[in-house]
Design a protein around this ligand. Sequence first.
Ligand SMILES: C[S@@+](CC[C@H](N)C(=O)[O-])C[C@H]1O[C@@H](n2cnc3c(N)ncnc32)[C@H](O)[C@@H]1O
Length: 345
Amino acid sequence: MARPGSLLLMTDTAHANTELAARLTIDVVDGGGASGTMAEDVLAGLTAERKQLPPKYFYDDAGSRLFEQITELPEYYPTRAERELLEETADGLMAGLRPVEIVELGAGSSAKTRRLLSAPTAHEHLRRFVPMDVSREIVESSALGLLRDYPYLSVHGVIGDFERHLGRIPQALGRRLVLFLGGTIGNLHPPERTAFLTGVRGLLGPGDRVLIGLDLVKDVPTMEAAYNDAAGVTAAFNRNMLWAINRELGANFDPDAFAHRAFFNAEESRIEMHLVPSVAQEVSAPDIPLHVTIRPTETIWTESSYKFTVASIEEMLTGAGLRLEHCYTNEHPDRRFALALAAPA
Ligand SMILES: C[S@@+](CC[C@H](N)C(=O)[O-])C[C@H]1O[C@@H](n2cnc3c(N)ncnc32)[C@H](O)[C@@H]1O
């Protein structure tokens, strides 16, 4: 028989859950963002002369968890650097802009975003948080945590692809701050970046702003170490894409037969991540249908992480109809990172 105390607890929990659910909306676009195009992307990428796969396929549930581990690694300076910048700027930004909603693209766990939600003025003006990500699990779990910790906030999550589904971001409730943190902008090649930022420009009204986290060019050993950690977490993250493709498309990759390789390509100002087979791999996925041989002399290029300068940031924004209003930089030589605040031009 339940004791009165535990009955009370259960009633309280049910009430709390109902209250949280009333503040939560989750929209799932196209069956969950990236999945709709995976077959086409994998077929095109692995039959191309230079084999490649888009980085969005890293982020199944296991991949999202591995990325969270990467953010804590001693070698991975970008998360710490961006957190430091947010620590310095969050209160002033929130008090100055007074956004009614924050839209976060590629939100992941939104761990750093909490610094903005915790700004002293936030509860006075902020009403809604709109995280968009391809990974459903991470959006749902972070939404529940945020609803619990910020009682003034509603959360409208969108599970979708920020390169294809920006039109599914709900109508603005009022002044909007769009966030694109974590250096994710660096995963897009220049033409894709311009298309994406032009789409972001379309989400902004006259008083709205976008805040973008970008990694800055620094000494090569520091940049390369961040993608070659001693614990091998980035290598596991890289190989996880092959496990995800096996599961989703019935492919027969042997992920452990692929080595992780990451290096700085100075000409293109980017870190490149590749998977390299130790011996020739026959890969097939009958449903696509795919059948390719991947030799040790070639690689599968899985990610680029472009590194910027303040000048290249300004040029990129201008090309998308945005005006750089302020570039907050962290001048520590090993942690140089930028938060670019931009307005519609
Ligand atoms: C580098 S992580 C950054 C996560 C978080 N913003 C941070 O700063 O720690 C990239 C995030 O973007 C998401 N993502 C990658 N490509 C995406 C796409 N095309 N559409 C939506 N989300 C995407 C991933 O699932 C992941 O959560």
